[in-house]
Design a protein around this ligand. Structure first.
Ligand code: MG
Length: 631
């Protein structure tokens, strides 16, 4: 089974598209007639150029509104077909995709449609061309794969087969089933496209909001398992159009496309070992066991001191100093926070780029090297810098905003990094620990356009799932929020995409030149106790207005005493069908970075999204104010 991608999914001219696609693992493309029209040379030269890039032409399209036309237009349909066949001969490609007719003039008479396809298949036979017939979900008559399959069976010609497309198969209403009953050798093409499930005209949805497998809401695993059950071994081709793609770098789209296809195909092959697809043998997605550490970079002594003061107030103890570098370790519960004040190396470069910020995230996995291999296969950039004497070589890749993701496992010495690379320190005025136990989530801010890419980045490397995207109302514009949680909830990441720099998230992004992490949330088992200890240690929380608590009374049936207790500690509240969520925040510092302290009760699975608008309004009071809040 070959893998390919439609040129229409990428921006640029034909050569730019080919250059981007050839650098990924695809071995074919779907060529659109527009690519050839816009090409400077002949169609034959265009075909040769594709092959020069080491790619083949999986199929040619479009050919629309062919069948069932009134008698006086019928010969015109066949003339158009002959011209397409001529062009395909020049390109040297042998598969034509024909979408079912959407013409208002076409007839839905099955006998007549079958007759047209019989004649077309005879013409195709003379040219050694095959035709894949695809039922478009928005067509008036042949609008799902079973109806198209009925025509293919009726014609019963070796040059006519079925074309399947996940979007059309899964969006057809009622959703048609029974793909697995179609013999695989009668399917000539399988196209993959994902999409958000929103109530919208299907044609408009497909054209403007299509997404790569895994980026939308369709159950492509189920679709692919059915394809596998047919014994199909033809091409697997991505055919996705999205307004955002047309302004994106073609290389980004090609990498995302290959990552999505490989991730899906690898997953389905594990479930269906007989699935005949040529993809590399790669390690499975990693089980993320939690965050091992976060690392701040700061070459500014004053700002590094401010982080230290903040951590102290939060109940962190300074417990170690790196054996050879200006790197300190702070710890509380299972949370390790590193402050790097080096004047060279990666952390320093990150400081120069983003200022004082989080530059590195450590993730606990079962096998760090296997995770690195998986990430590399999924197109992630690996990272390496010289390792000093006595230091460990910890596998790492590049993540959001040029930051690093390090992988730590317990089965090798990597799990002993703190003992190996750090000299224990004892702080003189150790603070009272505040009961912060582990990092619950990390919130990463990015431009909205990048969100689909980074979602796929995480979900293709880690066994994880994404929640439905939600919109957070910032008074200055919308922020879209996408949560990704590892299967057991040990690693949670929220991606926040701002469409404008006027929002609190957008301004953070602009002021810090794309710094990767805007807030880190730490979990407590008793948030009221944590808040009291932190306050005693000198921590000042983000003040919430009285209106918030008035509103809370009307929204939830809560004891008056509990609300008063929350208000006294600036604690916010949320609830879902699984449980409850309590949270409070630090004041923002370093141009919009902040900490969150939270407690989950029961199986609450969210992140307090309901409270975000109140939090943002409170934080905005600090926006653009120079200096640092007390802590
Ligand atoms: Mg949060």
């Amino acid at each position: 089974m070959k893998t390919s991608i439609a040129t229409v999914s990428l921006a640029g001219d034909l050569e730019e598209k080919l250059a981007a696609i050839a650098k990924t693992g695809f071995n074919g493309i779907e060529v659109y007639e527009q690519d050839i029209i816009g090409f400077e040379g002949t169609a034959r030269q265009a075909g040769n150029l594709v092959r020069d890039y080491g790619l083949s032409i999986t199929l040619f399209q479009p050919f629309r509104n062919f069948e069932g036309m009134p008698e006086n237009q019928r010969s015109n349909s066949f003339d158009r077909a002959r011209r397409k066949f001529d062009l395909m001969g020049e390109l040297q490609t042998g598969l034509l995709l024909v979408g079912s007719s959407v013409s208002g003039e076409a007839s839905g008479d099955v006998e007549r449609i079958a007759d047209d396809f019989n004649q077309l298949a005879e013409l195709a036979k003379e040219r050694s061309i095959q035709i894949a017939y695809l039922g478009l979900a928005w067509a008036p008559y042949i609008n799902d794969h079973l109806k198209a399959w009925e025509i293919v069976q009726k014609v019963d010609h070796p040059c006519l087969g079925l074309g399947l497309n996940s979007f059309h198969s899964m969006m057809a209403k009622p959703a048609s089933q029974a793909i697995d009953e179609i013999p695989g050798d009668r399917i000539f093409l399988v196209q993959l496209a994902d999409a958000p499930v929103i109530d919208m005209d299907l044609r408009y949805l497909s054209k403007h909001f299509g997404s790569m497998p895994g980026q939308g809401d369709l159950d492509l695993e189920q679709f692919m398992r059915k394809i596998a059950a047919t014994g199909y071994s033809g091409p697997l081709s991505l055919n996705v159009t999205n307004d955002k793609f047309s302004s994106a770098n073609p290389r980004t789209i090609a990498v995302d496309g290959y990552r999505s296809l490989l991730n899906l195909a690898d997953h389905v092959r594990r479930l269906e070992p007989a699935f005949a697809i040529e993809i590399p043998d790669i390690p499975d997605r990693a089980e993320a066991r939690g965050f091992e550490f976060i690392e701040f970079t700061s070459n500014d002594k004053n700002e590094a001191r401010i982080i230290g003061t903040m951590l102290h107030a939060m109940g962190f103890a300074y417990v170690g100093h790196h054996i050879s570098k200006a790197v300190g370790l702070w710890r509380q519960g299972n949370i390790n926070i590193v402050i790097n004040t080096e004047s060279e190396g990666f952390a320093y470069s990150a400081y120069i780029m983003h200022g004082t910020s989080i530059c590195d995230i450590g993730v606990q996995v079962d096998d760090a090297l296997a995770t690195l291999r998986r990430a590399r296969a999924m197109g992630a950039k690996t990272f390496h810098q010289p390792v000093g004497a006595g230091e460990l070589n910890i596998p790492a890749i590049r993540g959001v905003g040029g930051s690093l993701l390090h992988f730590i496992d317990a089965k090798t010495d990597l799990g002993k990094v703190w003992e190996i690379e750090f000299t224990p320190q004892k702080q003189e005025n150790e603070p009272e620990a505040a009961g912060l136990d582990h990092i619950d989530h990390i919130a990463q801010t990015m431009n909205y356009e990048e969100m689909l890419s980074w979602t796929l980045f995480y979900t293709s490397i880690f066994k994880s799932h994404k929640s439905a995207m939600i919109d957070v109302a910032d008074p200055s514009g919308l922020v879209h929020s996408q949560a990704i949680s590892s299967n057991h909830g040990d690693m949670r990441i929220t991606l926040n995409g701002s469409e404008t720099h006027r929002t609190f998230a957008g301004q953070f992004l602009a002021d810090n030149f794309g710094a990767p992490v805007q807030h880190v949330a730490m979990a407590s088992n008793d948030i009221f106790k944590s808040a009291a200890i932190m306050q005693k240690n000198g921590f000042v929380s983000l003040e919430m207005p009285a209106n918030y608590y008035d509103d809370l009374k009307s929204r939830f049936d809560l004891e008056k005493e509990l609300i008063e207790k929350m208000q006294a500690a600036n604690i916010l509240y949320d609830r879902d069908e699984g449980g409850e969520y309590f949270q409070f925040y630090s004041q923002p510092f370093f141009s919009g970075f902040f900490f969150e302290i939270l407690q989950r009760k029961g199986d609450y699975s969210g992140f307090g999204a309901r409270n975000a608008q109140f939090r943002i309004a409170a934080q905005k009071k600090y926006q653009r104010i120079s200096g640092i809040p007390l802590c």
